[in-house]
Design a protein around this ligand. Structure first.
Ligand code: ARG
Length: 457
């Protein structure tokens, strides 16, 4: 099989070498971007009078028919064609003859591959940003619908203070908001035209890179040819931002695993998103949540793969860099799928407010509020903390809750306790008082939900 680069070779390529170096089965996914890039390149070559208008027209028509062929599933991706760039160029030459051989003027595969990847990642990042917004909408709906639900808040996985379930859900909303901003930020660094720098040094033709950039909607053109073909940090950044996102989703997934267990029973996951056990007939397993949690492993791994690939690699293009695509594609697919299914899992779950209320009733979670009550009556906080600590000890010994105590019992611990303690420690009052900015006071949480709904739509 004759190679497009075969001129200087006497012998033919070893089959093992061909298989080992080929990337076509992975990078064929970039075909549409490769063709769009080549069409823009041919247009620019004609505009700059490097090829004639007629030649460019022939090339573009050929490329378009190849696109149709691929989309109709009629294109055969051959290992001998090495990668998607070679496969398409070879096909073009076979289709339109020697004019096709002019397409690669003033271009190298080194800048071409980056163009394809940047176009691909730009489009995927835009989709991921939409996917995050979609999940944020689900969270906002769940938060709004359950605005009356109170749950035990935890620190150290121990009962801490009552909070609104919506407030908790909104915590994830805000994480996603930052994730979205991070993707938008790295999109800016992806959205730079690499084409026109050639192999590494620039090209000998009067190319108009700004023109190509305009055709392909790139607001910027890369500034250093060596850097351009060496750079994969826009991919690393994407993988890093994806890792943070998946880390957030893994925490939410973990909560769902816990909350849906018999120990908690705070939520019930929909049958449609759970699976059974092959041996234990009673089981309903939260596999989707577990897998969301589990997928984070390979997403971090993909980031590590690229960081390691680039570490100590001399400039400029080295074939090692071909290994960037597998991890990138895997992360893109996993992130897209994970965002979508997380949305469905959360949207379809049932929130079991009664079970949460039962935990709160027995949790002594009003303790901090009681300390604050004493502070309001003039006792320094550290003293109040100690008094309530003793009160807690008493409750535990007596198997009582704060609400079971008589005023006389309270007064054994401090004469500052009055009848008003009973309404002070009502859960709704504990919540209402948490109106410091960002706190769980219901009016505030609702206002936050409304504000974000507006912002999202
Ligand atoms: N398949 C190659 C890659 O993905 C394309 C660039 C090849 N360049 C080269 N000089 N062999 O990196």
């Amino acid at each position: 099989m004759k190679k497009l680069w075969g001129g200087r070779f006497k012998g033919s390529t070893n089959k093992q070498c061909e298989d080992y170096t080929a990337s076509i089965q992975v990078d064929k996914r970039l075909y549409a971007y490769d063709i769009a890039g080549s069409i823009a390149h041919a247009t620019m070559l004609a505009k700059s009078r490097i090829i004639s208008k007629k030649e460019a027209a022939g090339i573009k028509a050929g490329l378009k028919s190849i696109l149709k062929e691929i989309e109709a599933g009629k294109f055969i991706f051959k290992q001998t064609d090495e990668d998607i760039h070679m496969a398409i160029e070879k096909k073009l030459i076979a289709k339109i003859g020697p004019v096709g051989e002019k397409l690669h003027t003033a271009r190298s595969r080194n800048d071409q591959v980056l163009l394809d990847v940047r176009l691909f990642l730009r489009s995927e990042t835009e989709d991921i940003i939409k996917g995050i917004a979609q999940l944020q909408k689900v969270l906002l709906n769940v938060a709004e619908k359950n605005i009356k639900v109170v749950m035990p808040g935890y620190t150290h996985m121990q009962h801490a203070q009552p909070i609104l379930f919506s407030h908790y859900i909104m915590a994830y909303y805000y994480m996603l908001k930052r994730d979205k901003a991070r993707f938008a930020e790295c999109l800016g660094r992806t959205n730079v035209l690499p084409l026109g720098v050639g192999a590494l040094a620039g090209v000998n033709y009067p190319v108009r890179r700004e023109f190509t950039a305009k055709l392909l909607n790139f607001p910027k053109v890369s500034e250093n040819s060596v850097d351009t073909v060496s750079d994969r940090d826009f991919i690393i950044e994407f993988l890093a931002v994806s890792s943070i996102l998946i880390m957030h989703l893994s925490r939410l997934a973990e909560e769902l695993v816990l909350w849906s267990s018999s120990e908690f029973e705070f939520v019930e996951l929909a049958d449609a998103f759970c699976t059974g056990s092959s041996i234990m007939p009673q089981k309903k397993n939260p596999d989707v949540a577990e897998l969301i949690r589990g997928k984070s492993g390979k997403i971090y791994g993909n980031l590590m793969a690229l960081l390691t690939l680039l570490k100590g690699l001399p400039l400029s293009y080295n074939r090692d860099l071909q290994e960037d695509k597998g991890p990138l594609f895997d992360t893109v697919d996993t992130v897209n799928d994970t965002l979508a299914i997380t949305g469905e899992l959360v949207r379809t779950m049932k929130v079991c407010s009664n079970n949460m209320a039962q935990k709160i009733a027995k949790g002594l979670m009003e303790a901090t509020d009681i300390a604050d009550y004493l502070v309001l009556k003039g006792i320094p906080f550290r003293q109040a903390h100690f008094v309530v600590g003793s009160l807690v000890k008493y409750c535990l010994e007596q198997h009582k809750d704060f609400h079971d105590l008589k005023l006389a019992e309270y007064r054994q611990f401090s004469p500052k306790f009055n009848q008003d303690i009973f309404s002070f420690i009502k859960i709704e009052n504990c919540l209402k008082r948490k109106k410091s900015t960002g706190g769980t006071a219901p009016l505030q949480v609702l206002a936050g939900i409304k504000k974000e709904q507006k912002e999202l739509s």
